[in-house]
Write a protein that binds this ligand. Structure first.
Ligand SMILES: Nc1nc2c(c(=O)[nH]1)N=C([C@H](O)[C@H](O)COP(=O)(O)OP(=O)(O)OP(=O)(O)O)CN2
Ligand SMILES: [Zn+2]
Length: 147
């Protein structure tokens, strides 16, 4: 059985080497859809009876791992030295340094890796992260993994 929950957050980014407007500092209202696979809890009388994972527990896990750190932050590639140096001059600025340029594709992959590790810590093999879908705009999104 699969379940999916949707989240939204605002963040800034730029694609430093993009040939068009995306090299400029700008932001998006991103949407993140997180899909899990597991069996519904069978035990009668439990609060989560019949649930793969209580949607409120999924909300807490995804907020803690991705949404809260990334919301109202600037997502910057670690090699984007110019923007990193600018952001470091702003006191207490919310900056998230990433191992790759912040495309929808890379953000979907990074969110998947963070969530997969967190889910495994909390639930072991009972649940599996099936897919992360990351919308950069209502019309453009990336899926990780791609199968
Ligand atoms: N495959 C990808 N292509 C692009 C990405 C990306 O992450 N993966 N990102 C960008 C830019 O971040 C840009 O902000 C989005 O560009 P664009 O599609 O032009 O968005 P618009 O807001 O202009 O959308 P419209 O629907 O055309 O108004 C670029 N490409
Ligand atoms: Zn963009």
């Amino acid at each position: 059985m699969q379940i999916t929950r949707r989240f939204e957050f605002d963040a800034g980014h730029r694609i430093p080497n993009h040939e068009s407007r995306c090299r400029h500092l700008h932001g998006h209202r991103y949407a993140l859809e997180v899909t899990l696979i597991g069996e519904p809890v069978p035990e009668a009388g439990r609060s989560d009876e019949g649930m793969v994972l209580d949607f409120s527990a999924l909300k807490a896990l995804v907020h803690e791992t991705v949404v809260d750190p990334w919301d109202h932050a600037f997502l910057v590639h670690r090699d984007d030295a110019l923007v990193r140096s600018l952001l470091e001059r702003i006191p207490d600025h919310r900056t998230v340094v990433l191992d790759a340029v912040p495309t929808a594709e890379n953000l979907a992959r990074i969110a998947y890796e963070l969530l997969s590790e967190r889910l495994h810590l909390a639930h072991g093999d009972r649940l599996r992260l099936r897919r992360v879908r990351l919308y950069e705009t209502p019309n453009c999104w990336a899926d990780y993994p791609d199968d």
